[in-house]
Design a protein around this ligand. Structure first.
Ligand SMILES: CC(C)(COP(=O)(O)OP(=O)(O)OC[C@H]1O[C@@H](n2cnc3c(N)ncnc32)[C@H](O)[C@@H]1OP(=O)(O)O)[C@@H](O)C(=O)NCCC(=O)NCCS
Length: 171
């Protein structure tokens, strides 16, 4: 498939919101205005995968992660990687992830991390991150921002995540 991966621009936002990317695709225009402002302020980088007609997907890196062990170790956090349902399994997600890794490497980071969910909605992401060289960071899983150690009972939802990390090799 022919497409470009580049930084988010203001004019992309109405196109993202108008795209039918499937469940949990865009999350609302307000969120995108905030993401653009955070990109302008150097807090976040947002990349989009686009062709002439469509926004195919997007993904971001938060340079100072909200997850304290990543932040303290200087590991930027990849987040919000999403490919519109009809464009999946054609390499768009892989290109987005590689482009985000490349930007982190260029900014001299040695590692990049990501949180992945536990239930079947995240099956494609779990497989893809492992395929692309991500490995468990070696922490307890996290439930709603707090560590959930052995024997903890709780709810399985989007907030129950496993932290993964990848070494960024020097080019
Ligand atoms: C996870 C997600 C971003 C992957 O996007 P994608 O564009 O389908 O990813 P890719 O096409 O690059 O890779 C998916 C699979 O297709 C394979 N693939 C890549 N290019 C391909 C091609 N041209 N033809 C056939 N298969 C291909 C990949 O090797 C990969 O296989 P794997 O599952 O065995 O690793 C997408 O499924 C998604 O948006 N999921 C919902 C949101 C989500 O879970 N985001 C992650 C949050 S942590």
């Amino acid at each position: 498939m022919n497409f470009e991966v580049r930084e988010l621009r203001a004019e992309d936002i109405p196109r993202i919101v108008a795209t039918d990317g499937g469940a949990v695709w865009h999350g609302g225009a307000k969120k995108w205005d905030q993401r653009l402002a955070e990109q302008a302020g150097g807090k976040r980088l947002v990349l989009v995968a686009v062709n002439a007609a469509d926004i195919l997907g997007y993904g971001a890196v938060l340079w100072a992660s909200g997850h304290a062990p990543f932040r303290e170790a200087g590991i930027p956090e990849m987040m919000d990687v999403m490919v519109a349902e009809r464009g999946r399994n054609q390499g768009v997600g892989t290109r987005l992830i590689h482009a985000l890794e490349e930007r982190a490497r260029a900014a001299n980071y040695k590692k990049i991390g990501v949180a992945v969910g536990h239930f079947s909605d995240y099956e494609a992401a779990q497989r893809l991150y492992l395929h692309l060289g991500y490995a468990a960071y070696g922490e307890d899983i996290d439930s709603g921002g707090a560590s959930a150690p052995a024997d903890e009972k709780g709810r399985v939802d989007d907030d129950l995540v496993l932290w993964l990390v990848k070494e960024l090799e020097a080019e």
